[in-house]
Write a protein that binds this ligand. Structure first.
Ligand SMILES: Nc1ncnc2c1ncn2[C@@H]1O[C@H](COP(=O)(O)OP(=O)(O)OP(=O)(O)O)[C@@H](O)[C@H]1O
Ligand SMILES: [Mg+2]
Length: 464
């Protein structure tokens, strides 16, 4: 039961209230005024403070403020005479939980106390969860324990300290930006800025001045000189998101930064040195774009020094329970909705879904369910899944059939077959613990054939 503190200058009232509450099983401390109550608050933990509005040595509002300082999650209930209901309303506005009008009925007091204590428990749980989220790091760590994600983690750990350029690929919502931040945070540049730049969000000329900056008067509207994101990321990391969308002329400028470590502002003739690590993400098949002449091959090889491919969520359904748990906690602390357990059948339902929007979609689904679910538990009925045109979930029995039927009707045959080949090779290498002879045997191709394909697909040791 709860630990309560009553502050009121009328000894009689304290005695009656105290006996009602003790009878209900609570421990009760009494204070005849504000100063005495403050002293008790400073020395002992309480679950609830019940305070009078006016006491000879101060008023309840001052006590409310002191209580908030001592413990922000301590609920405070005011005792009010009929004449001072306005004051009580004022107190509620300042954060009091409720008020009890005098004279009171024992049942009414007990009901308010129970509600206030339950509310306090919730706030404390919330604080605890927030602390936990912070402990997990500002951006959180990658949640999930599938083999595929372990591989990604392993690559992050290997590549982060090296300063190498990394090409992060994956469908939308798979966590490309999260991986980029994780690399930055584990690198020696973690004290420097992490600057994301979305190459798909601007027109070509805007993107150029966004990335490289411009001199005053470089174009109409350029009233002041401005540094670009490369300069802003000096001594840190620049994350070029959707880099596959860059025009060929911008690609040439980017190459210059990579080769010489120099940027030239739009409208300037002189170069500035920058010390920036570049991480790149794309949901496109860059190699294919190289083949189509849309992406410079020399740039591709500089960017793809270490490729990290994040598999879609439907290929790592093992991560779903941990992710659901993670997003439930985030929802309860961010959205201020009560923490609610989720039924196992609901998690199973999610595991069978194809998630075209990957982890971002899962996060949205969980948040929506938290807000809209009406029961004490979040159940399968709280997730409306599989709109009619969504790709079919992968069938264990016919993985290739499921893969094929999930593709759009206008299929890029060569790209898809390449992608499949790459995945099969990565898998074989993994199964063979990286031994190429063994992997070649598994796939019934020659070693030299395998070596050629590994090179062609840019597969790096450790990726398997
Ligand atoms: N393994 C993970 N653990 C926890 N949260 C994750 C994980 N992967 C992704 N997320 C979360 O999912 C959301 C989408 O991730 P992110 O923005 O990194 O994806 P993206 O691949 O960059 O997507 P897009 O291609 O649409 O830009 C974010 O809220 C991110 O925090
Ligand atoms: Mg992104």
């Amino acid at each position: 039961m709860a630990r309560l503190l009553i502050a009121d200058d009328e000894a009689n009232l304290r005695r009656i209230l105290s006996s009602i509450l003790k009878e209900d099983g609570h421990t009760v401390a009494e204070a005849p005024g504000v100063a005495a109550a403050k002293a008790l608050l400073a020395a002992n933990p309480y679950d609830l403070l019940i305070t009078d509005q006016r006491m000879p040595d101060g008023d309840g509002l001052a006590l409310l403020a002191a209580a908030r300082d001592a413990d922000p999650s301590l609920p405070v209930v005011f005792l009010t005479a009929h004449a001072t209901v306005e004051l009580a309303v004022e107190a509620m506005r300042k954060g009091a939980f409720d008020f009890i009008p005098k004279p009171f009925q024992p049942e009414a007091v007990l009901a308010v106390v129970r509600r206030a204590c339950a509310h306090g428990d919730l706030l404390r749980e919330n604080e605890r969860l927030k602390g936990e989220v912070q402990r997990l790091g500002a951006y959180g760590d990658l949640v999930g324990s599938s083999r595929a994600l372990d591989q990604v983690r392993h690559l992050i750990a290997r590549v982060a300290p090296t300063g190498a350029t990394v090409l992060i690929t994956g469908e939308t919502g798979t966590g490309k930006e999260l991986v980029a931040r994780a690399i930055h945070e584990r690198s020696i540049r973690s004290g420097g800025p992490f600057v994301p730049a979305n190459c798909a969000a601007f027109s070509e000329s805007l993107l150029e001045s966004e990335l490289f900056g411009h001199e005053r008067g470089a174009f109409t509207g350029a009233e002041k000189a401005r540094q670009g994101l490369f300069e802003a990321a000096h001594r840190g990391t620049l994350f070029l998101d959707e880099a596959g969308e860059m025009s060929l002329s911008l690609q040439a400028k980017l190459l210059r930064v990579l080769v010489d470590g120099e940027v030239v502002r739009v409208g300037s003739t002189s170069a500035r040195k920058v010390d920036v690590r570049i991480l790149v993400a794309t949901h496109r098949d860059l190699q294919k774009r190289v083949g189509e002449g849309l992406f410079r091959e020399d740039l591709y090889y500089r960017l793809a020094v270490v490729p990290i491919a994040i598999p879609p969520l439907r290929e790592r359904a093992d991560d779903i329970p941990a992710l659901v748990d993670h997003f439930l906690r985030l929802a309860s602390s961010d959205l201020k909705v009560p923490a609610r357990p989720i039924a196992r059948e609901a998690v199973e339902k999610l595991k069978g879904y194809a998630f075209p929007g990957n982890i971002r979609e899962l996060r949205n689904l969980v948040e929506r369910a938290c807000i809209l679910a009406s029961g004490a538990t979040i159940g399968p009925e709280d997730f409306l899944l599989a709109p009619p045109n969504a790709p079919a979930p992968v069938q264990e029995s016919d993985p290739l059939g499921a893969w094929a039927s999930a593709l759009p009707a206008a299929v890029d045959l060569k790209g898809q077959v390449d992608d499949l080949e790459r995945r099969l090779i990565v898998r074989a290498l993994r199964l063979a613990s990286g031994r190429q002879a063994e992997a070649a045997r598994l796939m019934r191709i020659s070693r030299s054939d395998l070596a050629y394909k590994i090179k062609k697909h840019g597969i790096v040791p450790g990726e398997e």
